[in-house]
Design a protein around this ligand. Structure first.
Ligand SMILES: [Zn+2]
Length: 167
């Protein structure tokens, strides 16, 4: 899912499909921690992608490599933010903080007494990165897979139509 969302955003922003593909892969990379039975691990910290983004903006801003590095850094960092926004406990501030954070957000529609309420809370707990987690969990279910395929297909069709019109 991370791959499909980031690929779609990069492709719709006008990056070449090769770079949209690289961005999508960068966005999925933090989950390679599954290979080591830790998830979400320190690969979900926002510090490395923020440092890379800062480097690309400050030092390399007028170079082609700078914009590509920025794309990869933002794609990598977006992974942790997406996990965080799903309410998972993510060590987004590691090593500055030894806690894992999650976003608890809900929008509720009440039909009996017509109203809308919402909750927004950042939750935290001690980050237990020293304890291995089960490595046999499902990475992508059938719903996620179907949505990811539909997103990638829709973006590819849209891009091909745009390129055909411009040719
Ligand atoms: Zn993740």
């Amino acid at each position: 899912m991370h791959f499909a969302l980031i690929f779609a955003v990069a492709a719709l922003l006008g990056f070449r499909l090769r770079w949209a593909l690289i961005a999508g892969l960068a966005g999925a990379t933090p989950d390679l921690d599954f290979l080591f039975s830790f998830h979400p691990s320190i690969t979900h910290s926002l510090l490395p992608p923020l440092l890379l983004a800062g480097l690309s903006v400050i030092v390399l801003r007028k170079t082609e490599i700078g914009s590509r590095l920025l794309l990869v850094a933002l794609s990598f960092g977006s992974h942790a933010l997406l996990d965080f926004s799903h309410g998972n406990y993510v060590p987004i501030l590691w090593p500055l903080s030894d806690k894992a954070y999650g976003l608890s957000f809900g929008l509720n529609l009440h039909m009996s007494a017509p109203s809308i309420t919402w909750t927004f809370q950042i939750v935290e707990k001690a980050y237990d990165y020293g304890v291995p987690m089960a490595s046999d969990g499902m990475v992508l279910g059938s719903n996620g897979f179907t949505i990811a395929v539909l997103i990638v297909a829709a973006v590819l069709i849209a891009r091909l139509n745009i390129e055909r019109r411009c040719a």
